[in-house]
Design a protein around this ligand. Structure first.
Ligand SMILES: [Zn+2]
Length: 332
């Protein structure tokens, strides 16, 4: 069980907190870069929340000294600060922009993310949890760059490319999926290369792990739908970072209860984990806003049914949750 904290969650100093709870914890996480785009450590790359840098330094040092597995959360394409520049915002074919989310087809943003991974990797931590790593949904992204690159692939003028045009032709739609999936994994490869560079620079004992958040939602076809909706392909992640963080039913307050047909479908959709693990990958179950012990027991029971022994959670929903939910499941 890993809990991801924000410094605001903890009313005492890092030292007091960790000295109180250290004996209960094997690993503990802190949000290093949130969806607002700010980081809580000194950075030459990203904007910094100066009032938390001391906490962060103390936190990672104590974890390291006590042999606690240190984990840092990092929002990736969900970056409100970087997205202030409208040219980076992802958008649908009507030109409706998402002010909080970067188009995944941005090499310069991959480089930006890679720099941040290296900065986090300079600290004695073991793992980075990467949130917001894919497209919002299948009908993204129609920014100028995506139009210009993709339209020629389907014999269309960039300005006339529309989602309806792709839906009309199965072959075009599949090319769309392939194009987007390539972008997502190319971006992840940049981050993985940065993690490997950091391993060499620090000479750390175990490689810095990157666990990639994947959304598992009934509305988007659970694990089967992930590639087409988000561009996320589990087998490709298995080759790049080898670690996935399965965000269960991100837009629903409840998980299906054991015994229901929805529960069976959920378990079935997690069969891929066997193959993923067999090939050397590791999967964790994740859920936002776990505050009751019953919720925790529910997650553990599910983990048991699907062969996943690691549960990750937060006390809170992300600060931009309602906006994310709206853009993911809003009506189009
Ligand atoms: Zn785009």
């Amino acid at each position: 069980m890993l809990i991801m904290f924000k410094p605001e969650d903890i009313e005492v100093s890092a030292k007091d907190f960790i000295s109180t709870y250290a004996s209960y914890m094997e690993d503990v996480g802190i949000v290093g870069k949130g969806p607002d785009g700010y980081v809580i450590f000194p950075s030459k790359t990203a904007p910094v929340k100066e009032n938390h840098t001391e906490f962060f330094a103390e936190w990672v040092q104590l974890n390291d000294a006590l042999g606690i597995h240190g984990v840092v959360g990092m929002d990736f394409y969900t970056d409100g600060w970087f997205a202030r520049d409208p040219k980076y915002q992802t958008m649908d074919d009507k030109g409706v922009k998402m002010e909080h989310q970067i188009c995944p087809n941005r090499k310069e943003f991959w480089q930006y993310g890679a720099e941040i991974v290296k900065e986090i990797g300079a600290y004695p931590i073991n793992e980075i949890l990467l949130f917001g790593t894919g497209y919002i949904r299948d009908h993204f992204c129609f920014c100028e760059r995506c139009r210009t690159e993709f339209a020629p692939i389907v014999d269309q003028e960039p300005a006339r490319l529309s989602y309806a045009y792709l839906l009309e032709n199965e072959d075009y739609h599949e090319k769309w999926h392939q194009f987007r999936s390539d972008k997502v994994h190319e971006g992840l490869q940049y981050l993985q290369d940065a993690a490997s560079e950091s391993d060499e620079a620090t000479g750390r004992e175990h490689p810095l792990k990157l666990s990639v958040e994947v959304l598992l939602d009934p509305e988007t076809g659970l694990s089967e739908g992930a590639r087409n909706e988000y561009g996320i392909d589990y087998s490709r992640i298995g080759e790049i970072t080898k670690n996935v963080l399965i965000n269960l039913f991100p837009w629903s307050p409840d998980l299906p209860s054991k015994g229901s047909s929805e529960y069976s479908e959920l378990v079935e959709s997690l069969y891929f984990v066997n193959e993923f693990t067999r090939r050397g990958g590791r999967a964790s179950l994740f859920r936002w806003g776990v505050t009751a012990i019953e919720q925790l027991q529910e997650l553990k029971a599910l983990g048991k049914d699907v062969g996943i022994d690691r549960i990750v959670s937060t006390f809170h929903y992300p600060s931009d949750y309602s906006r994310r939910r709206e853009s993911a499941i809003g009506n189009y």
